[in-house]
Design a protein. Structure first.
Length: 352
């Protein structure tokens, strides 16, 4: 019997385990502390190790240790750190490492890959995403996920856009804010955020690429106010300010019912495809936990089936290129009552 080890917060781990039930696998769940033990690889074991919580230098070293011991890993991972070294170690040790962008962008990146498979080529991308409070409250920040530090980084890290073929960096809280109506949710505001960095190298034909965070109207100004008061420092880890934001997230967001939203439009000239995904908190947990649980479990099953066999680091948009992987994953969301809706779209003229 194949073995799967799940490391991380109990709620997401239990959702992943639930969706792998009946697949003839032995599932074991561990807390994050096991990653930092001397013989973590030997203690954990398994054909696939799923890491739901990973952050900081120690987490990075723990991941390298697992991969160096020929362990296949699916991990949520902050995509600005050390991917090349993980890829090198994985190749040397004949291991597969699926790195999912931190927060909820993994599914969005899979959809970008699926869009390219459908259109053949993409020259424009526009992505909106948010994990917001179910009820109007612009002061809640983005609801806390498995790691509050990563959510703080959303407001600090420059957004990388492509405009007329050139890369442009935008400060999320100093550039601009707009409004958009999301079907089934209502009017939300959006502002630039760094959500496309891991996919840009795979799309050399892109002329325009933009990504935005969604939240309730008033949220952007609230966050700007925190920044002006010195509560959003330029560098991570600055004591009191970071502690304050973490406390704010954990107290005001951790138990809040949430809505998970993704809207993606991809174009090849005038022709394009649009994906919309809206998930709400339900009996199995918060929307964030449900979406991540289904997505991670689906990837694990494809890895166990042998459908994912490429050694080294594999990213979700690369898996989206392959219909035999992306289609069953999207079917899993539909079977669980939160389908990803897609439609082909046409605009009057191409943006130059």
């Amino acid at each position: 019997m194949r073995r799967v080890a799940i490391i991380g917060p109990k709620k997401i781990a239990s959702i992943v385990a639930k969706f792998l039930e009946g697949q003839e696998v032995e599932i074991r769940v561990f807390s994050e502390e096991i990653l930092f033990q001397g013989d973590a690889a030997g203690e954990i074991g398994g054909d696939v190790v799923i890491i739901v919580a990973l952050w900081g230098e120690k987490g990075y070293e723990a991941l390298l240790n697992l991969v160096g011991n020929r362990v296949n890993v699916i991990s949520l991972f902050p995509y600005t750190v050390g991917r090349e070294e993980i890829h090198r170690v994985a190749l040397e040790n004949n291991a597969i490492v699926i790195l999912i962008p931190a927060s909820f962008w993994g599914l969005a990146h899979l959809l970008i890959g699926a869009a390219r498979a459908m259109l053949g080529r993409i020259n424009e991308l526009c992505l909106y995403g948010g994990n917001i409070a179910a009820n109007f409250n612009p002061h809640l920040l983005m609801t806390a996920g498995w790691n509050t530090q990563e959510f703080i980084e959303i407001y600090r890290r420059p957004a990388k856009f492509i405009l007329s073929g050139s890369i442009v960096l935008l400060d999320p809280l100093e550039s601009y804010v707009g409004r958009i109506n999301i079907k089934g949710v209502g009017e939300l505001e959006y502002f630039p955020v760094d959500a496309l960095t891991p996919v840009l190298d795979s799309f050399p034909n892109l002329r325009f690429a933009r990504s935005y965070a969604l939240n309730w109207p008033g949220h952007w100004e609230f966050m700007r106010g925190l920044k002006k008061r010195g509560l959003l420092p330029e560098a991570p880890g600055k004591g009191e300010a970071n502690s304050y934001l973490k406390e704010l997230l954990e107290k005001n967001g951790a138990k809040e019912e949430d809505i998970h939203i993704l809207l993606l439009e991809a174009y090849r000239g005038r022709k394009g495809v649009k994906f919309l995904h809206v998930a709400r908190a339900g009996e199995t947990g918060r929307a964030f936990e449900l979406v991540m649980g289904i997505f991670i479990a689906s990837l694990a099953w494809k890895l166990l089936e042998g459908k994912i066999s490429q050694k080294g680091v594999v990213l979700p948009h690369e898996l989206g290129f392959r219909e035999e992987i992306s289609v069953p994953i999207l079917e899993n969301f539909a079977l669980n009552g939160i389908p990803v809706k897609e439609e082909f779209i046409t605009r009057k003229k191409e943006v130059m």
